[in-house]
Design a protein around this ligand. Sequence first.
Ligand code: F58
Length: 792
Amino acid sequence: MKEEILKHLRNSQGKDAAHSSVYDWRVALSLALRDRMVDHWFRSTRETYESGAKRVYYLSMEFLIGRLVEDTAANLGLVQEAKTALAELGQDYEAIVLNEPDAALGNGGLGRLAACFMDSLASLGIPAYGYGIRYEHGLFKQDFVDGSQVETAETWLSQRNAWEFARPEVQFRIGFGGHVEHHEGKAHWHPWETVLATAYDTPVIGWKGSWGNTLRLWSAKPEAKFDLKSFNRGDYLAAGRSEALARTISRVLYPDDTTDAGKELRLKQEYFFTAASIMDLLRRFLSDHDNIRELPNAVAIQLNDTHPAIAGPELVRLMVDEHDVPMAEAIGLARQCLGYTNHTLLPEALERWHIGLLGRVLPRHLEIIRAIEDDQQAKHPGSPRILEQDHVRMGELAFIMAHKVNGVSALHTDLVKETVFADLNRIHPKRIVNETNGITPRRWLHTCNAPLSELVTQEIGEGWVGDLEQLKALNQKSGDRTFLDAFSAAKRQNKEQLADWIAQSCDIQIDPAAMFDIQIKRIHEYKRQLMNILETIALWNEMHDAPNAEWTPRVKIFGGKAAPGYHVAKQIIHLINDVARVINNDRVTKDLLKVVYPPNYNVTMAERLIPAADLSEQISTAGKEASGTGNMKFALNGALTIGTLDGANVEIREHVGSENFFLFGLTAQEVVERRHVHGFSRAAIEASPRLTRVLGQIFEGVFSPSDPSRYHGLIGTLYDHDYFLVTCDFDSYFDTQRRVDEVYRNPQNWAAMALRNTANMGWFSSDRTIKGYARDIWQVNASEKVRLELTG
Ligand code: F58
């Protein structure tokens, strides 16, 4: 390893050891690790070609990957070797790991799920490709200026990305606009504009290096050559115009998770990567098949939400226009290949494209969508429409073009059946299935939490990393004082590390003995960070009034970004920061309560925070959080959850035991009913003196003395139409938090409850989720050899 690192330092980075920076060492180490991936990768590809096995294609607009050095080294079993090699070279492995930029090619849960799935597909030995966009700028960087969120561009690609292989020879022409001609029953699309999609491949090696798949990300390049004529005339801007236009497509990750603005570019991004992926998989298929009708036996294409839903019409277009398959048959064949995952019921997040826009950008696809609509109406008269008024509804399109549609938790799947797709579900009663989300145990326990991971391995061996249900054996330890002490000591060690980091990065001193209460996720009204900060103020009031009463010291930690155009979410961020400033400067409560909100929450920050959490906040309005995956990461790492009956919380509670979960709040059904009660929020506020006081303080400007009216709008909304029922759940949330305080005061009991969480979270491994998709949706098998290696 030492030789390999030095070789790359010299031959790939062009540096000698004496003049190398941490960056050079990091790139050299990454390249040395990448070298070790290649054999596994080739072996897997070869095996798939030889066996003719069916391949999975996971199409996702987002892959929220994070850093890769540690994960790769761990999966290859090379962590110790790398550490030793670097130490002998006088370098610090930890510092090198910290040097890597966090690849944030995603917004939140949906993108991170795709990354966890890539790890599980490889670990299980399922031949698969992830397809997405190689954004030049990932999710924006977040700073706080006077407590407000300020966004700047993220620049992960300003450095060499050591993990990828550029494939300039893999190129597809992607057309936009233009018109369609019909001659002798055949359609000919003449796009007005074309760009080239070129591939960049990142190998993804599973646990123990057993299998390697590919993450293929597309970058847009201009098709037209550089305009030398204009350049020579001195018109430099014109010379680069077509280039700038093309590159815009893969320039930036769409940062909004509320509404779909920036519409045309977003639509082009979606078609760009979807079309390139479909063309690529067809090319691979046709290289060893000559009958396109066999496609469904060879490929399973999964649509991660509706963003790649144009895959249906695109596949039909290629079959009809280029392979002479009749339309109805093409629709049927495409459907057999496609699966669609729904991640949200929020009406504002369901994609719809204006017919005018879609017809202008993708004229042939609009014709095909009309043909799909006709086909559906002919077979199922009265079926919900894809084209409604002026819009193309992508959810309906994806549903109709998929043979299976899945929700991401049991509750969410039931709601999908009862609400958004109720009518389609009646027509196609077997189409909707549930695949509850999961998380990869490699990153989310083994790598991010060394103290706990080592303790578990000492106790039950290392098998759990590839077979997380083995954690069940730890249940026997819940009465063993020595083990519980060791379990608490691991948590304590993580908390001390986090406290050091917070002292350094936020200049706030926190006590590792206090309860670390953490809410990290995108800022959204339905996730109710607002309710959390209101409860924080209420608690502070009571501590301040009676500082000598019996209190459980707490540190409230927040993390998360708001969509740049989401005003209310940004106000909530501002409020949390305002409240933090006041509380953290109160001398009376200084040993009882702190509020910390480190800026720029990302995967790397999650890996620091989650292992150090005592309490996990999963407090969304019931019925709104499709699943959640952070909830799983916390529970696996031995945090107790305070949560509503929403998303996967329901299943987590069933697995860890209701006595080890702090439940509060209205159920999804009660939420719907309560909204019908006239004046429900005013009534809830009036019934709660505690909440009335808190809202009054915010309204008067206690936390924003320089701008007392800053939160009048926010508070006004709670009185008038509190759509997410913060006011209704507040008292039950506050009371449950006090129960949490009480339980925390008994450390042995707390540790036993936390251990029950860790021990019973095995089911939430994304390996289990992927096995479910493989069985219920894709009809693919995991390599038997890999399966034996993992469990044996
Ligand atoms: C999330 N969706 C769900 N969307 O909110 C969460 O409950 C679930 O656990 C997770 O998916 C995985 O299933 C989500 O992250 C987005 O970020 C979209 C980005 C693009 C615009 C629309 C929202």
